[in-house]
Structure formats: C-alpha cells, structure tokens
Design a protein around this ligand. Sequence first.
Ligand code: ADP
Ligand code: ADP
Length: 227
Amino acid sequence: MIRFDSVSKEYPDGTVAVGGLEMTAPTGKITVLVGPSGCGKTTSLRMINRMIEPTSGRIWIDDRDTTTMDAAELRRGIGYVIQQAGLFPHRTVAANIATVPMLLGWDRKKARARALELLERVGLPTSFADRYPSQLSGGQQQRVGVARALAADPPVMLMDEPFSAVDPVVRDQLQDEFLRLQGDLGKTIVFVTHDIDEAIKLGDQVAVLRVGGKLAQIAEPARLLGH
Ligand code: ADP
Ligand code: ADP
C-alpha cells in the first residue's frame, strides 16, 4: 500500500503543484491519477520515488516512511515507465531491459535470460533482444520500457502516460496487454493519465485531481461521479 499523508509540493517559484494530498493506493491494484494538464499528477507520482521531494507531508509504502529511506534503496523496489520509453539508444533491447539487474550485480547470463523472458511477457519476439531501440516502432519501444521497469520484479510500478504517445489502435492493444500482465503480476501500480477513458478502463481505483493537486474524488471507475 502506498499512502499519501498530507503531501504538498510547492516549487521554488511559488507554484503549489500538490496541496495536502491524502490518498491510498492499495497493494496489488492499479490506482489511476487523472485530471487536466498541470493538476499535479506527475509531481505526485515522482514524489513516490523521490525524484521530487515533497515540501511537507509523508509518503508511506506499507509501514515505511519513504521520506526517510535511502533513495537508491527505495528505487530498487519501484519500476518507472514514462511516455517516451526513454530507452538508452546505444544499448540493445536486452541491455536496456537488464539495466537494473546489472546494477544489482546479476551475472550476465542471468540478466540476459531475464531479458528474454520479459520480452516474451510483453509480447515481443526474443529475436528483438539484439536490436537497438531505433529499430523498433513506438509501441514496441513502450513494451520494452515496461519490460525494463519489471526486470528486477519490483513490487511497485509508477507509470506516467506510458501509452499516450502511440496511435489509438496500438494504445488499445498496449492497454489490453498491460491488463493481462497485471492480472498475472499483481503489482501495486500508480498510473498517470489525462485521458478519463483510459483511467476508467485501467483503474481499479481512479483518483481525480484538480489544479493545485487536490483530490476531487477517488472511487472505483463504476462509482465515479459524472460517469
Ligand atoms: P500534470 O502532471 O498534472 O500535468 P505537473 O505535476 O507536471 O502536472 O505540474 C503541476 C504544476 O506544477 C503545474 O502548474 C506545473 O507548471 C508546475 N510545475 C511542474 N514542475 C515545475 C517546476 N520544476 N518548477 C515550477 N513549476 C513546476
Ligand atoms: P508500428 O505500426 O507498430 O508503429 P512501424 O511501422 O514503426 O510499426 O514498424 C513496423 C515493423 O517494422 C515493426 O515490426 C518494427 O519492428 C519494424 N521496424 C521498424 N523500423 C525498423 C528498423 N529501422 N529496422 C528494423 N526493423 C524495423
């Protein structure tokens, strides 16, 4: 479980991106943060892995206060996927996927085997292992981004508009595959999107934010007001 306990973020220029957020993302579920551009979704997400430090408040993962944890240790337990997969262009697909395992000191063989296993999991042929990211379509790169985030089997996944940059047909496919994958893996996921349809499709729980980073409502998709 991830719990925001009165979390605020004010940027140095005085912008209040997140204002006293109280929210829980349950273990093993997909919690979607949705809302208009600038409502503090990305800021909220990045405070979970401490790419951004809150101005005040605490974020708990289970019984641990992340704000007092060693950031490197914290991030080992958190996969992170962004909109433009953010793959390393000069590393092969397998090397990209194995990034975290290699940092953790896995031997090469084991890391490669894990990369091949994950390629299959995200619906790509293992023959892609030795390609470079530029030799993949946008949708395929996103799949590799998901595989890379899963490599060390983190219990928590943070996903920031992971499917927004691909065309609608591929997006639909990626969403379906993602739901199937999550059905097997049961990660604790916080997923950011500005697209309410995507939020309703993917979320076990949907948190609607409004500008200033305040919660307008949080509910199961079927119980969202106005839908
Ligand atoms: P969202 O992801 O919902 O679009 P963000 O979390 O990116 O929202 O941004 C929330 C607010 O904080 C916006 O007003 C944005 O302009 C502002 N903001 C984001 N990053 C910074 C920054 N580094 N410095 C100042 N303001 C920022
Ligand atoms: P999409 O419709 O999914 O965006 P693309 O038109 O980008 O697909 O690519 C179609 C197919 O061609 C994909 O299987 C992709 O892996 C392959 N492909 C694209 N660019 C290259 C390349 N530079 N080298 C080798 N294969 C490529």
